[in-house]
Design a protein around this ligand. Structure first.
Ligand code: ADP
Ligand code: MG
Length: 195
């Protein structure tokens, strides 16, 4: 699994849909048919930390791998840094072309860190390039309405969202963190680290 960049292995079978009732299992099962990949559509998983966004993104990626589809999983911060580096070396074009070889690109954790102007520009180029050609799976702890803050530039955020959402399934996950549930089960009291 090294080549695909998955930080850990997570499967759909391991996902407890009973715990996360805000997710329609049928929608995930439909995504697992990989029709979205063949149609070059996108998937966006939104929700607070610990609700299974990365788990589901990885699990869908693994389904694609099993079907012989080329996939790549990356964290947003890493991806942006690499794109910016390529941009400065006059290699952005090549880098974007290279990334097109992945029929599914998973970009995890959009919104944890804001983008600077160059980062936003690079991500916009990437999404524009993939639009209607290859699938992208994104995860974010920010709602679409808050994406403007991540980009600082609301115009570029709107243009980017317009392209992502044109052919897209959004999974809006609400509810409790699975990590928190596990901690509670172990009887570990949660402390507020900010106090
Ligand atoms: P997020 O990306 O939304 O912050 P993760 O996908 O990393 O959350 O989930 C946190 C941890 O909890 C991971 O170990 C994940 O496998 C597990 N997890 C989350 N939701 C579920 C679930 N519904 N069933 C089984 N494991 C889950
Ligand atoms: Mg995550």
């Amino acid at each position: 699994m090294k080549n695909e960049g998955f930080p850990v292995k997570k499967t759909l079978e391991e996902f407890d849909f009973e715990f996360q009732l805000s997710i329609d299992k049928k929608v995930i099962e439909d995504l697992a048919t990989l029709r979205f990949v063949h149609n070059a559509e996108n998937v966006v998983l939104l929700g607070p930390p610990g609700v299974g966004k990365s788990h589901l993104a990885i699990a869908l990626g693994i389904e694609a791998v099993k079907a012989g589809i080329s996939v790549y999983f990356t964290n947003t911060g890493n991806l942006i840094e690499r794109l910016k580096l390529a941009n400065r070396e006059g290699m952005l074009e090549k880098k974007l072309r290279d990334l097109m070889k992945y029929k599914v690109l998973m970009i995890d954790e959009i919104g944890y860190l804001p983008f600077d102007e160059e980062g936003a520009h690079c991500l916009f180029q990437l999404i524009s390039r993939r639009y209607e050609k290859c699938s992208t799976i994104l995860t974010s702890n920010k709602s679409y309405g808050e994406w403007g803050e991540i980009f600082k530039d609301h115009v570029i955020a709107a243009a980017l969202l317009d392209r992502i959402l044109h052919h897209c399934t959004t999974i809006n996950i609400k509810g409790e963190s699975y990590r928190l549930k596990e901690r509670k089960k172990q009887g570990i009291k949660t402390v507020n680290i900010y106090q």
